[in-house]
Design a protein around this ligand. Structure first.
Ligand code: SAH
Length: 217
């Protein structure tokens, strides 16, 4: 793994300031962004991009989400220590590490074989509680659920009922839902006692699409 030196730490502190200025106030989230070295998730030649508040290509047509988006989704989840969190869309593994750094037990699914093959051994180098799975996120992980939280990090065309079924009562799902062609509405859904969903909307975001089945594309 690449080193994490004073220069990286300095750039990270600036990034945390930037995210704070954009409205993130949850200390647990800000600490996690400050502690997880985002540059190790990118090729070393892209260091200058690692601490800009931008999404970045990670190969296989996928991206590591913008730090603000990671922070925003993480704060909506209201993570408490040892919560079981299911993430759909492992990608680089950065968001999974941020959740784990916040104290969550993370279960993360990726559908692209190449990305999974790269990210799984990489994530194993961190001291975090993260289990990485190759699979179709629409199916979730019925044998590991139910989950306190479910986070979808790709643009979902619908609310997947299979995943709602794997959510505990009072559990929350954060999902960027494609309600038109060009962007997604960030939703937080809370599963009520009677199984119905409380729905809160948090503005427009842009994600790569959530696709069905495994892929090599
Ligand atoms: N959370 C990632 C960013 C992910 S980008 C990070 O921190 O880097 C979205 C990811 O979702 C991509 O890697 C994409 O391949 C994956 N994805 C898309 N549809 C999926 C599905 N049905 N199941 C699992 N992963 C999926």
């Amino acid at each position: 793994m690449q080193e994490d030196n004073y220069r990286h730490k300095g750039m990270r502190r600036n990034l945390v300031e930037e995210i704070k200025n954009k409205g993130i106030s949850d200390e647990n989230v800000l600490n996690a962004i400050n502690n997880v070295p985002r540059h190790v998730f990118l090729d070393s030649s892209f260091l200058e991009f690692a601490y800009q508040d931008k999404a970045f290509p990670i190969g296989s047509g996928q991206t590591i989400s913008q730090p603000f988006t990671v922070a925003f989704q993480s704060s909506l989840l209201e993570i408490k220590k040892s919560m079981k969190v299911l993430e759909i869309g492992t990608g680089s593994g950065y968001q999974a590490c941020v959740l784990a750094e916040m104290g969550a037990k993370v279960f993360t699914i990726e559908r692209q074989r190449k990305l999974y093959a790269k990210t799984k051994p990489f994530l194993a180098k961190f001291p975090y509680r993260i289990m990485t799975f190759l699979g179709d996120g629409y199916k979730g992980l019925p044998t590991y659920g139910p989950f306190d939280r479910i986070l979808i990090t790709a643009a979902a065309p619908e609310i997947p009922q299979t995943l709602i079924d794997q959510l505990k009562t009072d559990g929350m799902m954060v999902i960027p839902l494609s309600e038109n062609e060009s962007s997604q509405t960030m939703l937080r859904l809370t599963k009520q006692e009677d199984g119905s969903l409380k729905r809160e909307e948090y503005g427009d975001f842009k994600f790569v699409p959530m696709l069905k089945n495994l892929g090599d594309d």
